[in-house]
Design a protein around this ligand. Structure first.
Ligand SMILES: Cc1cc2nc3c(=O)[nH]c(=O)nc-3n(C[C@H](O)[C@H](O)[C@H](O)COP(=O)(O)O)c2cc1C
Length: 206
């Protein structure tokens, strides 16, 4: 099958992308509005990019219910700050609860029964229950469009890192069997990081 994106509907494109670009990491983004009220939501159009200085990006879309941007986007655009929290198996249900479409006035930390801990350098709190959190400053916002199916790519620089001592070794290796991260597949599908294999890299041929 050969396909041109312009011949496909938003729904068809979404199904193709989310069914084939798998598994996707989940950035659980905490932010605050200008009044300081906290917000928390998961984004699987998300990744870490570049190691030094370390950056992340996530992509809040336009709501297909109201044509409005996500609260996370409104907040990071207004304040220039956010925190990425890592979702573990134990936190999957709470993460899912924070994806509920709620009025902007609702604090998803309270809605999902999570603990908000003050961050070191940014106003948005981090999720205490998450073993890894990255405090970020927005460095770039690229708008793809303003219709449902469009959205925005938010790039942030990581300026502070919280890691639970129990999941990291002295030489900075993360123990995945302790971290137990969750990946997103399509629709309501998720995966664990349990069926692992190694591939040694070939020596450089330069
Ligand atoms: C695992 C998961 C991943 C998601 N990824 C995205 C995403 O990449 N972009 C997006 O716009 N919405 C995504 N959503 C939906 C948002 O989390 C949802 O719309 C949420 O209510 C947005 O909250 P906010 O308005 O407080 O920012 C995802 C939901 C789940 C459960």
């Amino acid at each position: 099958m050969e396909l041109s994106p312009q011949d496909l509907s938003t729904k068809e494109l979404y199904k193709l992308l989310t069914g084939t670009i798998v598994p996707r990491p989940i950035g659980w983004i905490s932010s605050v509005n200008e009044a300081g009220q906290a917000n928390l939501a998961p984004f699987s159009f998300f990744n870490g990019v570049c190691a030094n200085p370390p950056h992340v990006l996530f992509c809040p879309g336009i709501r297909d219910t109201t044509n409005a941007p996500k609260d996370s986007f409104t907040n990071v655009q207004a304040t220039g700050e956010f925190v990425v929290n890592i979702v573990t198996e134990a936190l999957a249900e709470a993460m899912n609860a924070t994806a509920t479409e709620l009025p902007a006035s609702v604090d998803e930390f309270e809605f999902a029964g999570l603990t908000a801990v003050p961050s070191v350098h940014v106003k948005p709190p981090r999720v205490a229950e998450s073993p890894v959190s990255y405090e970020c400053r927005v460095v770039h916002i690229y708008e793809v469009g303003q219709q449902p199916g469009n959205g925005t790519i938010v790039v942030g620089e990581i300026i502070h890192i919280h890691v639970n001592d129990e999941i990291i070794s002295d030489n900075f290796y993360i123990d995945l069997s302790k971290l137990q991260p969750v990946g997103r597949l399509m629709s309501s599908g998720y995966c664990r990081v349990t069926d692992l294999f190694d591939l040694d890299r070939l020596p450089p041929q330069l």
